[in-house]
Write a protein that binds this ligand. Structure first.
Ligand SMILES: O=C(O)c1cc(=O)[nH]c(=O)n1[C@@H]1O[C@H](COP(=O)(O)O)[C@@H](O)[C@H]1O
Length: 298
């Protein structure tokens, strides 16, 4: 299936909704997203200086090598912010280059705040015409799922998406995310239930929702142990932890089971370490796509 044609006007407004565009991109390119995480050590390994100029060269090389070849690219905001305003300008340029390449940009910013401030973050990343507008962003629900409402509403209005952290790939996440609330349900299960409610209209329309969930490929048996039904959420499932954090095909299958058709596996260093050559980056990405496809689309 070829990707749903995305329309975009001069204000960067996009249509159809993110969930449908992501489903089409995964059908075309396979269920893999490559992260742009320009760690200082990677800049060094690529022979680039740890400056905004080095960051720009690194990021645009990745877009040049992989744009149009993978379902999504996920720039990690912190690695741009650490270079100050010049780094943020590079992030703007990287997002524009992804737009130009027709590749979905998932900006990893993990924002979460009280509602009125969340509205500011939503305007920064999800509004039509915002300099840092992306196709989707990562958000943190630990001020309460309801605090994300401004982002959920603006994303729905502009055809964009969010990925809500549910079960993160780091070992420290379990202490918070597995904890049981007053009703006896795990915090992560509540978050998944919130996403399911947000995606109900898309489900009724027979489309994948645009409110995604982050579930690390490293979380082992947590999904089942916490009684979570990921398939019922009708959510795109961003699965970091593949590659450098140790997860592979077996972990993807085990963690996601019947929901694996909705998974977008994500790897950053696992591909970036193959650089700086474009052919080497493509080869590493192709290998990761093949592995994710074998695990998730058997
Ligand atoms: O939201 C994310 O992208 C994310 C969530 C999570 O639970 N774990 C996780 O590793 N990530 C991000 O995914 C990327 C993983 O990078 P690698 O370990 O190099 O593949 C980093 O940018 C992390 O911030």
């Amino acid at each position: 299936m070829s990707p749903a044609p995305a329309r975009e006007d001069s204000s960067h407004r996009v249509d159809p909704p993110f969930g449908a565009r992501l489903a089409a991109a995964m059908d075309t390119h396979g269920p893999l997203c490559v992260g742009i995480d320009p760690h200082a050590a990677l800049l060094d390994a690529w022979g680039l200086p740890d400056t905004a100029a080095g960051l720009r060269e690194f990021s645009l090389r990745v877009v040049d090598a992989l744009g149009g070849r993978v379902a999504g690219v996920k720039p990690q905001s912190a690695f741009f912010e650490r270079h100050g305003s010049a780094g943020v300008a590079v992030l703007e340029e990287t997002l524009a280059a992804l737009r130009q390449a027709g590749t979905l940009a998932i900006l990893d910013v993990k924002r979460g705040d009280i509602g009125s401030t969340m509205d500011g973050y939503a305007q920064a990343y999800l509004a039509d015409g915002a300099p840092l507008a992306a196709d989707a962003i990562t958000v943190s629900p630990y001020l309460g799922y309801g605090s994300l409402l401004p982002a959920l509403e603006l994303a729905a209005d502009t055809g964009r998406g969010v990925f809500v952290l549910a079960l993160t790939s780091n070992p420290e996440g379990a202490g918070v995310q597995h904890a049981r609330g007053p009703a006896g349900r795990a915090v992560a299960a509540d978050i998944v239930a919130g996403a399911a409610a947000s995606n109900a209209a898309a489900r009724a329309a027979g489309e994948l929702g645009s409110v995604g969930l982050v579930v690390g490929a490293t979380v082992g048996a947590a999904v089942d142990a916490l009684g979570i039904d990921l398939l019922a959420a009708n959510a795109p499932l961003l699965a970091p932890g593949v590659g450098a954090q140790g997860a592979g095909a077996a972990e993807l299958q085990k963690v996601f089971g019947p929901a694996r058709g909705n998974v977008l596996a994500s790897t950053s260093r696992g591909v970036l370490q193959a650089g700086p050559g474009a052919a080497d980056l493509r080869e590493a990405a192709d290998r990761a796509v093949a592995q994710a496809t074998a695990a998730l689309r058997p």
